[in-house]
Write a protein that binds this ligand. Structure first.
Ligand code: ATP
Ligand code: MG
Length: 392
């Protein structure tokens, strides 16, 4: 499944934006306060709303009045258009309003465009404030002459998403597929300080969003996916002077520590004493070489702490990750990082009268011509040729 389009309405700085033709890897740039973090928060919002409900997701963000675009009453709207594995285009539409006390799901629709023919799309799920209908014969969807059968359902709470409330029913494959997709989104919240201490010994296949289980995942890779681990190590050696080897070692007290071996010394350094950039590079490599990529990966400003010339390789690793099926969204303030992006992968945000608009690199004829002549996107950005992307 891949997201092709995102529409956001009345969500903070996004009064009405649409990101179209999204490629497997999207790079977002824009001045401070133009909405890069807010865009990623939209992903987190959906995840939170699914894990809990709309009311708790809104409350975590300061309440409805704080979250809705200033001067607007709502509803807050998020539409995700994605291509399902069988190639069909589907839309998930979520509108959040308020009943005066708490946030409720004003409307929730999961629909597929009908295959051939001009019939209206199948609404697999169509709910409002906890009541609605869902298709009960989705398995015959797409068959010639298939006629949809619907049933009415009522959820326990008007803030619960139907894709959660219905997910447990057998037979709603489309619904549970979409729910699994959102549940497995990875929105990075990496903190070097969390990655430093030794971890409780344990088992983890995927890096946590804060990065605090990097030692466990390194051990998992070492033991179960030796090739991926070797690739991570080889890359570390090439990128961080002195690093020869990295090992996850179990201590007597049952804790697990990462040890970085510098070729010049006999004893390795534990994570506490290696540099910020070393830990960060290692954690990113562990994340990006994950044998089972997340369906969506969002990382903010990966360039921090890293040496500029390494960024053109790092962006290639994000792209590879996306190619392996994990769609990636990355924000950056780094021209070096941006230079590794293609114009079609670059989206920039510009604030106009308090609200942001989105533009796409490949929509600019000028940028296309200059890149064609050999200019790098990062250099063009520094020359202020991404019109409106700069603070002034
Ligand atoms: N309800 C709202 N209505 C309109 N604007 C809002 C609302 N809530 C927050 N904002 C604005 O949205 C912006 C949030 O920006 P965000 O943190 O997403 O920017 P950013 O692009 O990540 O910036 P940086 O590069 O500094 O990290 C701020 O300018 C803030 O004032
Ligand atoms: Mg930000």
């Amino acid at each position: 499944m891949r997201i092709e389009q995102i529409e956001i309405k009345n969500y903070r700085v996004f009064r009405d934006v649409r990101l179209t033709k999204l490629p497997p890897m999207t790079v977002v740039i824009g001045a401070n306060g133009t909405g890069k973090s807010t865009l990623f928060d939209v992903f987190s919002f959906l995840k939170d709303a699914l894990a809990g409900n709309a009311a708790s997701a809104v409350a975590r963000r300061g309440g409805f009045r704080e979250l809705v675009s200033r001067g607007r009453r709502g509803p807050i709207g998020i539409t995700i258009k994605f291509r399902e594995s069988s190639g069909r285009l589907a839309s998930y539409i979520l509108e959040i309003g308020t009943d005066g006390r708490r946030a409720v799901v004003e409307r929730e629709v999961l629909r597929y465009r009908r295959g051939q023919g001009s019939g209206r799309p199948w609404h697999f799920v169509d709910f409002s404030r906890g009541r609605g209908t869902a298709i009960t014969n989705e398995s015959i969807y797409g068959e010639a002459g298939a006629v949809e059968q619907r049933e009415e359902f009522e959820l326990d709470d008007p803030g619960i998403l139907a894709i959660k409330g219905l997910g447990q029913f057998r037979g709603f494959r489309v619904v549970s597929d979409f729910r699994n997709l959102v549940e497995n989104w990875y929105i990075s919240n990496f903190h070097i300080a969390d990655a430093r201490p030794s971890a409780e010994a344990g088992y983890a296949e995927h890096l946590s969003t804060r990065g605090d289980n990097v030692a466990q995942v390194a051990q998992y890779l070492y033991e179960n996916h030796r090739k991926s681990f070797e690739r991570v190590l080889k890359t570390m050696r090439a990128r961080v002077p002195g690093v020869m080897d990295v090992q996850a070692k179990s201590m007597e007290d049952g804790r697990l520590v990462l040890r970085f071996q510098d070729g010049s010394f006999k004893d390795p350094f534990v994570t506490r004493y290696v540099s910020d950039g070393t830990i960060k590079m290692f954690a990113y490599l562990v994340l990006l070489h994950d044998p089972k990529p997340h369906p969506l990966l969002a990382v903010e400003e990966p360039e921090n702490q890293l040496y500029p010339s390494l960024l053109s390789e790092l962006i290639e690793e994000f792209r590879d990750y996306a190619r392996r099926g994990g769609q990636a969204f990355v924000s950056t303030h780094s021209p070096d990082f941006l230079s590794g992006a293609k114009l079609g992968e670059i989206y920039w945000l510009q604030k106009v009268d308090g609200f942001s608009v989105v533009r796409r690199g490949s929509d600019s004829q000028l940028l296309r011509d200059l890149v064609e002549e050999g200019d790098l996107p990062g250099a063009l950005w520094k020359q202020r040729l991404f019109e409106g992307a700069d603070p002034q």
